[in-house]
Design a protein around this ligand. Structure first.
Ligand code: ADP
Ligand code: MG
Length: 233
């Protein structure tokens, strides 16, 4: 069985005082296998980021269960969640989240600083050049991020997510700051790399032009999944 992630009946509410709770998620079930990619579609405010934060161990569900590698993370300690984020999760954000004054290599290296296995961090450092080459940006290795285009920056962010060999990549509107063609290229790279390396990928997007790069699409509406459809190849 290749199941990596299982979410059961997850609800998330933000308490704004007694009887005034805001429900961001109202009961979500999903499973994600290694090598599988899922797009979360839905209008702004439908709960996409909230769900991604829970999958990426950045936040906890208010109710329901979250299993990662078969382990119940629902009541994991803050330390356990931080370890999961550092070792197993790669993040890609709309606004890249890179250090603009550092070089491409330095940015990618930063992701390794948090790995709990120091030997692995050292070993992975040797692969930065090769990974940048696979992403078509090897020529930029010594360049400051502030000098790059949006598409180049997002490729660097993808390299930063991939370098530690995570089990899951969480991407929040990864193409929202890019033009259509560049967005498609970047998503193709991300989904293909994830498939090849057996990484589970979950990405929130508004961009209907990139949905066919994913194995399936979940449509979120008002905190619940209203539709699920595969993109069979
Ligand atoms: N920290 C927060 N405090 C209160 N409400 C929040 C918070 N984060 C998100 N929400 C609310 O939860 C709902 C879902 O938000 P979000 O997950 O960011 O949606 P999306 O990413 O699809 O735009 C929205 O109504 C939003 O206002
Ligand atoms: Mg969002």
């Amino acid at each position: 069985m290749n199941e990596l992630i299982r979410i059961e009946g997850v609800k998330k509410y933000y308490d704004r005082g007694k009887d005034n709770e805001v429900y961001a998620l109202r009961g979500v079930d999903l499973t994600l296998d290694r090598g599988e990619s899922i797009a979360l579609a839905g209008v702004s405010g439908s709960g996409k980021s909230t769900l991604l934060h829970i999958v990426g161990a950045m936040d906890r569900a208010s109710e329901g269960k979250y299993f990662f590698k078969g382990k119940d993370m629902t009541s994991a300690s803050a330390k356990e969640l931080a370890k999961m984020r550092a070792d197993e999760v790669g993040f890609v954000f709309q606004q890249y989240g890179l250090q603009e004054d550092l070089t491409v290599e330095e940015n990618v290296r930063l992701a390794l600083c948090f790995l709990s296995d120091r030997n692995k961090a050292k070993e992975r450092r040797e692969h930065i050049g090769e990974l940048l080459a696979e992403l078509g940006i090897e020529g930029l290795i010594g360049r400051k991020v502030s000098q790059l285009s949006g598409g180049q920056k997002q490729r660097v962010a993808i390299a930063r997510a991939l370098i530690k060999e995570p089990l899951v990549i969480v991407a929040d509107e990864p193409t929202a700051a890019l033009d259509k063609g560049t967005g498609k290229d970047v998503i193709k790279l991300l989904t293909e790399k994830a498939k090849k390396q057996g990484i589970a990928l979950i990405a929130a997007t508004h961009d209907t032009g990139i949905l066919d790069a994913f194995d399936s699409v979940l449509a979120l509406e008002n905190g619940i999944i209203v539709k699920q459809f595969p993109f069979s190849v």
